[in-house]
Design a protein around this ligand. Sequence first.
Ligand SMILES: [Zn+2]
Ligand SMILES: [Zn+2]
Length: 258
Amino acid sequence: MKVCVLASGSKGNSILVSGVHSNILIDAGLSGKKILERLHRVNVSADSITALFISHEHSDHIRGAGTIIRKQDIPLFINQLTFQAANYKLGKIEKVKIFENGYPFTFNEFLIEPFSVPHDSVDNSCFRISEKGYNNKLVILTDIGYPTRLVEEKIKNISTIILESNHDYDKLINGPYDWDLKQRIKSKNGHLSNSQACDLIRKIIHKGLKNIILAHLSEENNEPEIARSEMMKVLQEYTLQCNLYIASPHHPTEWIDI
Ligand SMILES: [Zn+2]
Ligand SMILES: [Zn+2]
């Protein structure tokens, strides 16, 4: 199984997961046209996408969802509350598959384990994904206010994590946003800061952790080099050989083997 983050950040999120037999998309927050362009850039045919999974109803995760689903005639996997909240933005969807956080299910060769995280959406799903017959696991953990005990459990012994590293705390506090928005971002229903992301990795660090992909970086309140250097310090503390990537709003990451 391998993964490519097509886009990440408040302007739009989409992640491509590729198994032995099929490809799936997690979120479609760019326009449908831009998602198709990004797929083309990583040499993946849109016709090879077999399903779209949606984490929550914020526009930066569903903007292109309706277009992609109708154009490719694929099923939408989504939880009930999120579907209700997103329905009017999605347009008509023929094949809706409702899942429930906390209840794993299989799709094609994938085992999908959706779980709840605190965020200012109706019922945000984060996903742990593995391939039948393989031990390696990918967790996608973005749009999360703070890491709960459940989150710590879900990311133990995984091999690859796409982890929110949204803001540098000082840049956020001293930055241009008004106080309501600053409060929202740093609240327990907002987004993870660089230092929260680092603390979380300290808790679960282990030899089998192969890749950390920092994601959903704020363009106003963070800089890729700040996020990278803070996480690099953690990896050096533990002398762990782990690949560190930064997902971008502007271009896809390379393919990363899970
Ligand atoms: Zn988001
Ligand atoms: Zn969100």
